[in-house]
Design a protein around this ligand. Structure first.
Ligand code: UDP
Length: 329
């Protein structure tokens, strides 16, 4: 399992682990998939996340470069390599069957044996036939609550393409406070929101551990109002997989999303997917909040569609195909 090796904030001594200490979309996906694959009896070598905790069946390598990864892989001799790094860590001489999950926008650096997170992401990458496997969630790692508190939650990067400003506008219309949890790497964007919605929006920074799961379980709804502009690499942002949707749903919390990218495909099962450009009014916001699914329905739907065992079984099928010499793009 190849995870992209990123450092934790400004701290050059610490790597983001699997699972991550705070923000970490790809790292949560890798951790959850490992949970499911270990339960299915796999033996796994995790590369690219030094400091992660090993457990029975899971070896953690401290390799963070393609050269070191090659050495670790040779020693482990895997049946299949699962690359989550967009070729960043994959040694060019890698002789093993490889499956590549795309976590970003645009095309994979190497589209051979790609796996995509949504139809929208796959379409934008120029693939028509590669498998689509949704992002997994492990219910055992989340808290489920049927009673909710009077706040709305934004959990993620406080960036224009993630729709933090639109979340504040919705919360103001709904007359509920908005908790913005997550790193704000564009401080001007955050300060603009706090200045325009002083009585609604509060930024609490990055969250992890029980604070994170408590917020997910306690919120009246999660706002994932992703916008199709201002992506991290410029140009249109197509929400690729949106881990937070499954995380909220498994906590019994409904999702109010836009229809950007994957959200049009997954959010309607656990909430609502709104048109990206809508401007909220109080009546409209109240109507949406009143029509959301029950916590029980949300948890059951998340486990059935995105549970770690369901998703791991889909990946095992793809691994077997690759190990048998199958190729696709
Ligand atoms: N996250 C977190 N703490 C934060 C903000 C985000 O643990 O303060 C997690 C969140 O729960 C999710 C991931 O980071 O697991 C973000 O992944 P997502 O797919 O939603 O967004 P992206 O990968 O596009 O940033």
């Amino acid at each position: 399992m190849l995870n992209p090796p990123y450092r934790y904030g400004q701290d050059t001594t610490q790597w983001i682990t699997v699972p991550p200490q705070g923000y970490g979309g790809i790292q949560w996906v890798v951790a959850t998939l490992i949970d499911g694959l270990l339960d299915a009896g796999c033996e796994i070598l995790l590369v690219g996340a030094p400091g992660s905790i090993p457990r029975p069946g899971l070896i953690v390598s401290d390799a963070t470069t393609p050269g070191a990864a090659l050495g670790a892989l040779r020693e482990f001799a895997p049946d299949v390599v699962h690359d989550h790094t967009n070729n960043q860590l994959l040694p060019t001489e890698a002789p093993w069957p490889t499956v590549r999950t795309h976590h970003l926008n645009g095309a994979l650096a190497n589209p051979a044996n790609g796996v995509y997170l949504s139809h929208a992401q796959r379409r934008a990458a120029g693939s028509a036939r590669a498998p689509i496997i949704r992002l997994p969630v492990n219910p055992g790692r989340y808290t489920y609550r049927e009673t909710k508190d009077a706040f709305l939650l934004f959990l993620g990067r406080v960036s224009a393409h993630k729709g933090a400003r639109q979340a504040a506008a919705f919360a103001q219309a709904a007359d509920l406070p908005l908790i913005l949890a997550g790193p704000a790497w564009e401080p001007d964007y955050l300060h603009g929101i706090l200045a325009d919605y002083p009585d609604t929006a509060q930024h609490i920074g990055e969250v992890g551990g029980s604070r994170r799961t408590g917020l997910l379980a306690g919120a009246r709804a999660l706002l994932a109002l992703s916008q199709p502009f201002g992506g991290p690499l410029g140009g249109e942002w197509i929400e690729p997989g949106a881990t937070v949707v499954a995380e909220a749903a498994v906590s019994g919390t409904p999702v109010i999303a836009t229809d950007n990218g994957c959200l049009a495909e997954i959010a309607p099962h656990v909430g609502i997917a709104l048109r990206s450009a809508v401007v909220p009014t109080p009546e409209w916001a109240a109507k949406i909040l009143a029509a959301l699914p029950t916590p029980e329905h949300l948890r059951a739907t998340a486990v059935e569609r995105w549970g770690h065992h369901v998703v791991a079984a889909k990946y095992l099928e793809v691994y077997r195909r690759a190990a048998a010499g199958g190729t696709w793009s």
